[in-house]
Ligand binder design. Sequence first.
Ligand code: SAH
Ligand code: F3S
Length: 481
Amino acid sequence: MEKIIDESLQGTTLTIEDKNANSKKLYIESYGCQMNFSDSEIVASILANEGFNTTQNLKEADLVLVNTCSIREKAELTVRKRLEKFNAIKKDRPHMKVGVLGCMAERLKHQFLEEEKIVDMVVGPDAYKDLPNLIQEIDEGRSAVNVILSKDETYGDVAPVRLNTNGVTAFVSITRGCDNMCTFCVVPFTRGRERSRDPQSIIDEVNDLWSKGFKEITLLGQNVDSYLWYGGGLKKDFEKASDMQKATAVDFSQLLERVALAQPKMRIRFSTSNPQDMTLDVIHTMAKYDNICNYIHLPVQSGSNRILKAMNRLHTREEYFELIDNIRKIIPDCAISQDMITGFPTETEEDHKDTLSLMEYVKYDYGFMFAYSERPGTLAERKMEDDVPEEIKKRRLSEIIALQRQHCQERTEQHLGKVQEVLIEGTSKKSDEHFMGRNSQNTVAVFPKENYKVGDFVMVRMDDCTSATLIGEAVGYSENN
Ligand code: SAH
Ligand code: F3S
């Protein structure tokens, strides 16, 4: 299951290939969404040119970086605990420096540096190219901070070094920031205004990944359907673009088509889609190209029109259903997943029932569900009281999780008896004799290894399943191989 915030990955350390000439050690730990994990690759790549090799061993690090997430309070508390641990180690290794990257850096800059004095360096998500200067500052004994959010930084010119990966699947970021201002969400404040990356640099990166043996990419952004390239600059400034810029602009469906054509055997996924911005063009492009996977992550957050409005999600329940109907019509075997929040301010039992009935209508293949967590600075925090008691949030959450589990099982069972293409990503976690991979719909499948290898596209007959995993047997290579 592809997760927005994959719990099993939280706090993992990135390792990239050593350069012989490098003598300093970087320990970098990441939390939060895929974008953060992708950004950590960019950071490690920048620092590889500054004399740093990565290490998994905290105790030998010269520089410790933690790429942080602010999306829910729990995410921030986890990082705070880690910072305490780093500071304890620092007592024995006074020369070791600690830096905070990402969303918490943006949100808590002053607190970290001035009030709590628990870190040496604070770097926001648009300032990673400034790291060489900032490191020089801290090496000279000063604290360093850069949390400036940019109008045009997309890191299009930094080729991230990807290692410690399966060598088969990779993330390629295409937009940064978000302009949507959902009232519960801290992202627009921590990651800034929305901007898109030059399509040519995206295609170059995809071509490069293919030449290195990668077989699947996920185009990443907070709201990929809103992608719009018109020569650089913020999405909101598109109105002011010249006629020429407007006429030659590239939107998401066009980008998707270009990527699909550039590497016709590369599997393509994308995340995240926002219902209000997803167009029929995108769905038609998905249907047109076999290498674009039949899977859409389409967060809805609530099934109640009243709550959707309070969340500033700019669509109704009915419009969402229309989109779902269109997807099902154009791509009948498309998997769809959701993000859902329970206990948003003022949510009643009636609203909760609307969420359950919306889920019944869609029968999502997967889902990522959260209890509402009030975030400082958001519109909901400023204008609304966090008035749904914790036990009610939890009870509603467990109800939607239970329903999702049931739907997940039903959806997984739909694949049984079919022979589907699976891209082998690695050995199954549960058995050395089995490979694991995913079908187009993103459902995990496991099957005996035989003589296949990681990176092969194989046809797998699906014989059995658990609630979220297909169990099968390979019957040969796919045409794509
Ligand atoms: N558009 C982004 C959303 C990032 S946040 C994307 O790429 O997916 C991921 C999910 O976290 C959201 O869809 C939402 O369901 C959840 N979330 C965001 N803010 C939250 C909050 N304050 N409390 C609980 N869940 C939240
Ligand atoms: Fe957050 Fe809504 Fe953007 S959930 S990331 S403000 S689409």
